[in-house]
Design a protein around this ligand. Structure first.
Ligand code: ASP
Length: 347
């Protein structure tokens, strides 16, 4: 049962299409300031909730997002945690799945909603999807149950009427309003006439009264090797065995399969000998890695390649950044990869 009471929400504006308008000289979209967004969405004033805003400078197209911004967002939420009941982050769609994934790992024991949203069309444009996304995100961030607890105390993405767990999402469409998918995990809520919450899918904290732990250390020395027929030994060696990376995500075929050719397996062996953290993630949008089905997957498992299970590349990347930032011991990172930390894998 939902309780209607006045909540306080912090809107955090980082940039993205939602707040962009056309630069008449260059004819490209550039971010504008937050007061203009609010002027475009007078509906926000109709909520009984207290809505404050915080704008990052410079405002960015999310293609420019850097780990420093994730740390700043985590610090901002930590500083204002007691003041607000929920947080809505306006963010470009291009890297929203990455930011939502990493933030989900940076905050442990979350008791309040952190909702990422944005839009495909700028908020000032007549057919914008931004208004709907913003208004519903605020409503979800403010929603509490009978006991006064947040209904969705998770890091989520709200887009096109769907509320998804942040670390389960992928951007799948560059021009459709249905820009995000969460193929391997059910929606946390769906907005129609009412917002229907999928209570059984939502993670709740063990202790509501406990302050979350904010982990701000990230180690981003990860590369991604996307397999494709015709890939050469030189390219694979460069990505797998380069000194600069501590971990490599292997984007494999189907249920986690890779070429069985000797040269490929030798390079996996070489990377494992170099103590690289290797993680197997499927290129498929849905389904899971299972390295026990085919001989090609089994060879990877025998070399100590970790399974990414049914996680997304974005989710595994965020998990690695977080785990590696918190430990210099690769064995600890590998063993923690097996754990379901924030609902990012079904295990
Ligand atoms: N390029 C934009 C961004 O990610 C796209 C968007 O917001 O939809 O910032």
């Amino acid at each position: 049962m939902m309780k209607q009471e006045r909540s306080s929400i912090l809107l955090i504006y980082t940039g993205g299409t939602i707040g962009m308008k056309e630069d008449p000289f260059e004819q490209t979209l550039k971010p504008f300031d937050f007061s203009q967004i609010l002027a475009e969405v007078p509906e926000l004033g109709k909520f009984a909730h207290k809505i404050d805003s915080y704008t990052f400078t410079p405002l960015i197209d999310s293609s420019d997002v850097e780990p420093a911004l994730w740390v700043s967002i985590a610090e901002l939420i930590e500083d204002r945690y007691d003041e607000y009941d929920g947080f809505v982050i306006l963010h470009g769609t291009d890297t929203m799945a990455y930011s939502a994934s990493v933030l989900s790992f940076m905050i442990e024991g979350l008791t309040k909603p952190v909702i990422f949203t944005g839009s495909q069309l700028p908020i000032g444009s007549p057919r914008t999807d931004g208004k709907e996304n913003l208004i519903s995100s605020v409503e979800i961030a403010a929603a509490k149950d009978e006991e006064g607890h947040a209904i969705v105390p998770e890091v989520c993405i709200f887009f096109d009427n769907m509320l998804m767990r942040g670390n389960r999402t992928t951007k799948i469409n560059s021009d459709n309003f249905r820009a995000f998918r969460s193929e391997n995990y059910p929606l946390l809520a769906e907005a129609g006439i009412n917002i229907r919450y999928n209570s059984s899918a939502i993670i709740r904290p063990k202790e509501w009264e406990k302050t979350p732990i904010f982990h701000k250390e990230l180690d981003t020395r990860v590369s991604i090797l996307k397999l494709h027929p015709g890939i050469t030994p030189q390219v694979v060696e460069h990505i797998l065995c380069g000194k600069e990376s501590r971990a490599v995500i292997l984007e494999t075929y189907g249920a986690g399969n890779a070429p069985s050719k000797k040269w490929f397996l030798n390079l996996i062996h070489k990377a494992a000998e170099m103590d690289k953290i290797l993680v197997n993630v499927t290129q498929c949008l849905a389904g899971s890695v299972n390295m026990d089905i085919y001989a090609t997957g089994k060879c990877l498992k025998d070399e100590g390649v970790c399974s990414g299970y049914d996680g997304t590349s974005e989710g595994v990347l965020g998990k690695l950044f977080h785990l590696m930032g918190n430990s210099d011991d690769n064995d600890i990172v590998k063993s923690r990869l097996e754990d379901n930390l924030r609902g990012e894998i079904s295990k």
